[in-house]
Design a binder for this molecule. Structure first.
Ligand SMILES: NC(=O)c1ccc[n+]([C@@H]2O[C@H](COP(=O)([O-])OP(=O)(O)OC[C@H]3O[C@@H](n4cnc5c(N)ncnc54)[C@H](OP(=O)(O)O)[C@@H]3O)[C@@H](O)[C@H]2O)c1
Length: 288
């Protein structure tokens, strides 16, 4: 099996470059080697490599900046994704793509299911939804994994920001009225490897059905609860004070409820998601 991995330097991409290895030949490309803003070059890259599976971990992920960089966000998260889907269709390759809870407006009073109505609150969410729709319209075999609140020992993320700030300050104000499931990039990457393996078996047996799957840790917390847990686990003394979203205005609006049900993932792929606390401990051990 030949796997083309895009976004190999991102939080999830870096982990995928390791977890996909036992599945076959992995051609991992970073932004310098495959820039998603160059659509024709991207098309050529896929046509030259001729993968059996494309795993796209590259994305425009600057949620606040996207409010003023709409065209760039759509170019990377929608137009480039459409090219990947078109080329996957031509090659009969499987396309694995990642999306986000930000396709929802967060007003549901329970975890979101995959087929709940979308209604993004910000440009990033709109661009990710446009990417999902382009894949669905392409006719390619695809699996879209929606995830939330990604953290990792590499890259820029909430865990690393809190570790840095909590070491410098005595008190931090953290939003307590947005809830979700912090999800370790390695969990996403290891789950993806299982998913790809099963999907390729299903495709061989002609039983494969494309679809969207929520892929997050089990459990839920607020950003405040997440920060408190990080500080407690590394035994810092910084006080974590809860504040409402209204006291922390950002250019992009964010959903209050980011919880996604992983029932469909468990039913189809037999994967049982660990809690966010358990994976946070493992990530912090690695960061030590
Ligand atoms: N982070 C989250 O909290 C979160 C939540 C929900 C869903 N997701 C989704 O999960 C997936 C993985 O996210 P992540 O957290 O791993 O993101 P990340 O750490 O920001 O990584 C994104 C990667 O995309 C690359 N990239 C950006 N623009 C590119 C371009 N023009 N051409 C090629 N590569 C480009 C970046 O390259 P450089 O390294 O060169 O910058 C980076 O390696 C994405 O689809 C994202 O939308 C993330």
């Amino acid at each position: 099996m030949k796997i083309l991995l895009l976004g190999g330097n991102g939080q999830v991409g870096w982990e995928l470059a390791r977890t996909l290895l036992p599945l076959g030949e992995v051609v991992g490309l970073n932004r310098e080697q495959a820039d998603l803003t160059d659509l024709e070059k991207l098309r050529q890259i896929v046509q030259t490599i001729r993968p059996d599976v494309i795993v796209n971990a590259a994305a425009y992920t600057a949620v606040d900046k996207a409010e003023t960089e709409r065209n760039l966000a759509f170019l990377i998260n929608a137009q480039a994704v459409e090219i990947l889907a078109q080329e996957a269709k031509k090659l009969n390759a499987l396309l694995i793509h990642y999306s986000t809870d930000y396709v929802f407006d967060g007003t549901k009073n329970a975890p979101y299911f995959e087929n709940d109505a979308t209604n993004p609150l910000n440009v990033y969410g709109e661009s990710k939804l446009a990417g999902e729709l382009a894949i669905q319209a392409s006719g390619a075999d695809y699996l879209i994994c929606r995830t939330t609140w990604v953290f990792a020992s590499r890259g820029q993320n909430f865990v690393k920001s809190i570790l840095r700030l909590a070491a410098e300050r005595e008190e931090l104000n953290i939003v307590a009225d947005q809830i979700g499931a912090p999800t370790w990039a390695r969990l996403i990457a290891e789950s993806t490897a299982h998913i790809v393996r099963q999907a390729q078996h299903e495709r061989g047996a002609k039983t494969f059905v494309s679809g969207i799957f929520n892929l997050t840790s089990a459990g839920e917390t607020s950003w405040h609860g997440f920060a408190e847990k990080i500080v407690k686990l590394v035994q810092l003394t910084c006080a974590i004070k809860p504040i409402p979203t209204s006291e922390y205005p950002t250019p992009a609006k964010r959903p209050a409820n980011s919880r996604l049900s992983t029932e469909r993932l468990t039913q189809r792929f037999g994967l049982t998601m660990p809690t966010w606390e358990d994976t946070l401990k493992l990530c912090l051990e690695e960061l030590k």
